[in-house]
Design a protein around this ligand. Structure first.
Ligand code: HAM
Length: 416
């Protein structure tokens, strides 16, 4: 038997039903905030991700699905969407047309991580990217949007961690000092932590190892002491706005995020209900990325969120039936054409859901199925009544039956 690939999931209607509902709310949420949907390809040239996410990140180093195309070009399934949005933005030279562009997206991303609860190899992200503004209100808008989305879905026990990374040079300088400070404790590090400290020292700050965390708490320098006055002012302005609009946050000096393109503000929303993979979403500023990928110097800020983690945190029950409004019961082979025509007429004229049995089941089992689908009405076609150009309509709520002329079916339902 051929099975799905580890870390991927088949989603059946009882789950996609919930997803449609979530997407409907998200689309509306984005619309009322002035963000328009962007859809970019699922695969891109590999270079896009190595140059943006960064050569020394876990994502690029070991998690990308990369292959060589027949013409020798290296292609990659997107591990995230920010790089693609920026590529599309640059390709269209949008800054020449609009001083600010606000996008959102919903779609699959791919990372070859070890699958576990809340961590998949094909997962789905929704997110926003605002390109054009370097002002702190842009950071605050994006952080508050992330917070309000989870509030909209009724999530409690959330915390927002926020930090600032300063500019690119700070990351370099601080990284070097952090490395120096921690190398004194070399023997406490395992091989992969040691390699991480060598290649991407900032990432050691979010090590899950308790011992390393203790060392960091006691001996690591604080990035806030390295950033410029301008960066500090920016950060203070962001938190000031968050305070005044009532978005709670914790300033976590150790939050650095796993992608290279960030500068200044970074943040994550954490849920208490998720276990080890507790980040519902993450994001931050990436003021250099557009220029680094060949565009103009355009500041930007965004976040992305895992759809599967949202669904886990919402604790949704996946027992949603596919319901219908009207179930047409037909037990006469000769009336198949009539019942299909009737179903189409009702759908077209009334825009309601009409279900037709295609198994030629007995009257009893079709009625049982209609019940399971929560049909409000059942139309029964049978050879006898059809001769008189009539059908029987059963109201499933009060079990009353009426005989209705075929020509009057539409007006019958219009009056309901
Ligand atoms: P990220 O933190 O790598 O950031 O991913 C964002 C969110 O995607 C995570 O918080 C998590 O909810 C979800 N996620 C990531 N990996 C997995 C996985 N393997 N399985 C399930 N869910 C996962 C980014 O992707 C950045 N592009 C965010 C951003 C947008 N920054 C600025 N703009």
């Amino acid at each position: 038997m051929i099975k799905n690939i580890k870390g991927t999931k088949d989603l059946f209607p009882e789950v996609t039903y919930n997803i449609h509902d979530i997407e409907k709310h998200l689309n509306r949420f984005m619309y009322i905030h002035g963000y328009g949907e962007i859809r970019t390809p699922i695969f891109e040239s590999t270079e896009l991700f190595t140059r943006s996410v960064g050569e020394n990140t876990d994502i690029v180093n070991k998690e990308m699905y990369t292959w060589e195309d027949q013409n020798g070009q290296s292609l990659t399934l997107r591990p995230e969407m920010t790089a693609s949005v920026v590529r599309a933005y640059i390709q269209k030279q949008l800054w020449k047309i609009e001083p600010i562009s606000k996008f959102y997206y919903i779609g699959p991303s791919f990372r070859r991580e070890r699958p576990q609860k809340g961590r998949l190899r094909q997962f789905h992200q929704f997110g926003v990217e605002a390109l054009g503004s370097s002002n702190p209100e842009q950071d605050a808008e994006i952080i508050s949007m992330a917070y309000n989305i989870y509030k909209m879905f009724g999530l409690e026990n959330l915390s927002i961690k926020i930090n600032t990374l300063g500019n690119k040079n700070v990351k370099k300088k601080y990284g070097a000092e952090l490395k120096n400070a921690l190398l004194k404790f070399k023997s406490d590090f395992n091989e992969s932590e040691y390699n991480r400290l060598q290649t991407n020292p900032l990432r050691i700050l979010d090590s899950k190892n308790k011992n390393i965390q203790n060392i960091i708490t006691q001996y690591a320098p604080n990035i806030f002491d390295y950033i410029s006055d301008e960066d500090q002012k920016h950060f203070n302005n962001v938190t000031h706005i968050l305070d005044s609009i009532g978005v709670p946050y914790i300033h976590d000096h150790k939050l650095v995020r796993g992608l290279d393109y960030y500068n200044r503000t970074v943040f994550e929303v954490i849920s208490d209900n998720l276990g080890a993979q507790d980040a519902l979403c993450g994001g931050g500023r990436y003021d250099n990325l557009v220029a680094e990928l060949g565009g103009s110097s355009i500041p930007a800020m965004g976040f992305a969120a895992g759809m599967e983690r949202l669904i886990l945190a919402m604790n949704l029950t996946n027992d949603q039936n596919i319901d219908t409004d009207i179930y047409i019961v037909n037990i006469t082979e000769k009336l198949i054409d009539d019942s299909m025509k009737l179903a189409d007429d009702i759908r077209k004229d009334l825009g309601v859901a009409v279900y037709l049995d295609s198994l030629r089941r007995s009257l009893k089992s079709q009625l049982r199925h209609a019940n399971k689908m929560n049909a409000k009405f059942v139309i029964i076609l049978d050879a006898e009544t059809i001769k008189e150009k009539k059908v029987t309509i059963k109201n499933m709520e009060n079990n009353k039956q009426e005989s209705i002329a075929i020509n009057n079916i539409i007006s019958y339902f219009e009056s309901k």
